[in-house]
Design a protein around this ligand. Structure first.
Ligand code: SAH
Ligand code: SF4
Ligand code: F3S
Length: 448
């Protein structure tokens, strides 16, 4: 019987990426297979997030649950990885002494050695160091499934927004070597990947070393990635307005494979709050990026992250945020109340606005964004969209689902074998809009 590992992942796409890599590594080096039940597992891993207090607290409530599993099965190993591990280190073992291994995001590839050391000594193992991007050299390629893949190109953040824990938990921006990234994309393409999402905390801060000693920027990476046969679409998350330069904007006119959907977190719309957040741009500068992009791609949809209730946010500031949303017409957002993070500069600022006022502002913002989402979905009804067919629909085996270039999920009924359609890009006429997805039919009249 192979040993089993249960992995629970919180937080962003970087964590999802790390979890899939760590599963592949544990299988290759330690013979573990994945299980979806913690009760069945020999190794329980939590890959954690500390971007907001709530995310962090969830980790400790889950740990309590896994402690009970371990009571009945004392040999079970419990590991905590990711950003809470990075931030708390040894303190996790103090608070939860039944935890056996703790490793930060940059040390995850050392897990097999840490498990060996723990098994030999019985001593808890902690590694929250930031070795200079050696991680990617040690992680095996994750198993490729389906027709879309995430490709990590850089990690960490050197922006130090005043509210954010990420630069402390992930370390400074480090980019993978240019040729390494392109090789991984080419290998993915050979295995049937049609759409890639380039991944990093600030992808447009990418500065990748080339074998000849020079450096490539993000635009150059996009240009080369677009030349790889088989890759039909390129997305990226997350980019930063401060590094969205003219070269990158111009790339949208040269690279049709770059999708007409941009996820560019604005965070706020009041210049006073943006300055207090240390974002390094004004609302006008943000809008100017979008205006220039829309001149090239009139159909571009833009999504964002917003933080509501930052210290000092007045009604007037909030109105400016709503005005930015009105002006840009965001089609989607991840929006949360500001959560003070220990050790960040903003954590010492007083929050004077009552919680119910902040909650009401968030609800107003989210209602507006939902209205926008519905509006854009409705606008697409009757149009013909190229859709990359990704999988058989979860709820209906006689239907496939895919995504439009602008990132909308479309369900399309089919007869015959739906599997044979996966990986195709087909013209689909959008027939119906629901709140969070669309329905369509093949525009050439066929149903398969
Ligand atoms: N690098 C990306 C964001 C990564 S963190 C960027 O700069 O856009 C993901 C999101 O978490 C952020 O966009 C922000 O909206 C949110 N976030 C970060 N710190 C937060 C805090 N202290 N309280 C509330 N939300 C926060
Ligand atoms: Fe956090 Fe700002 Fe870095 Fe984004 S850019 S990860 S919000 S510090
Ligand atoms: Fe969370 Fe760390 Fe990602 S704090 S959002 S898991 S970088």
């Amino acid at each position: 019987m192979p040993k089993k590992v249960f992995i629970k992942t919180f937080g962003c796409q970087m964590n999802e990426y790390d979890s899939s890599k760590i599963a592949a590594l544990l299988e290759a080096e330690s013979g573990y297979v994945l299980t979806d039940s913690p009760e069945d597992a020999d190794l329980i891993l939590l890959n954690t997030c500390s971007v907001r207090e709530k995310a962090q607290e969830k980790v400790f409530s889950d740990l309590g649950r896994f402690r009970r599993v371990k009571k009945g099965k004392p040999d079970v190993i419990i590991g905590v990885a990711g950003c809470v591990a990075s931030q708390e280190g040894q303190a996790i073992i103090k608070r939860a002494p039944y935890v056996n291994v703790v490793m930060g995001p940059q040390a995850m590839h050392r897990l097999p050695q840490m498990l060996d050391a723990y098994e030999k000594t019985g001593e808890p193992q902690v590694d929250i160091s930031f070795p200079e991007i050696e991680k990617f050299d040690y992680l095996p390629p994750a198993r490729i499934e389906g027709v879309t893949a995430y490709i990590s190109i850089m990690e960490g953040c050197s922006k130090y927004c005043s509210y954010c824990i990420v630069p402390y938990t992930r370390g400074a921006e480090v980019s993978r070597r240019f040729e390494d990234v392109l090789t991984e994309i080419a290998e993915a393409a050979e295995q049937g990947i049609r759409e890639i999402t380039l991944l990093g905390q600030n992808v447009n801060a990418y500065r990748g070393a080339l074998d000849d000693g020079s450096t490539a920027d993000f635009t150059m990476l996009l240009e080369y990635a677009a030349e790889i046969p088989g890759i039909e679409r390129i997305r990226f998350v997350t980019s930063h307005p401060r590094e969205f330069n003219s070269r990158l904007i111009d790339a949208y006119s040269r690279i049709p494979k770059l999708v007409s959907h941009l996820y560019l977190p604005a965070q706020h719309g009041s210049d006073k709050i943006l300055a207090a957040m240390k974002r390094g741009y004004t609302a006008l500068e943000y809008k100017s990026i979008i205006r220039r992009l829309k001149a090239i791609r009139p159909d571009l949809l833009v999504s964002s992250d917003f933080i509501v209730g930052f210290p000092g946010e007045t009604d007037d500031d909030f109105n400016k945020l709503m005005q930015l949303i009105e002006d840009v017409g965001f089609d989607n957002s991840f929006s949360f109340l500001y959560s003070p993070r220990p050790g960040t500069p903003a954590a010492s600022l007083p929050i004077d606005t009552p919680l119910d006022v902040r909650k009401e502002r968030l609800a107003i913002l989210q209602a507006k964004i939902d209205e926008n989402t519905r509006h854009y979905n409705q606008m697409m009804v009757g149009t013909i969209q190229p859709v990359l067919i990704e999988q058989v629909s979860h709820r209906n085996s006689q239907s496939v689902q895919g995504k439009t270039d602008n990132n909308k999920v479309v369900h399309i009924p089919v007869t015959g074998n739906p599997e044979s359609l996966i990986g195709q890009i087909r013209n689909v006429k959008i027939t119906e809009a629901a709140n969070f997805s669309l329905r369509g039919e093949f525009a050439d009249g066929t149903i398969r």
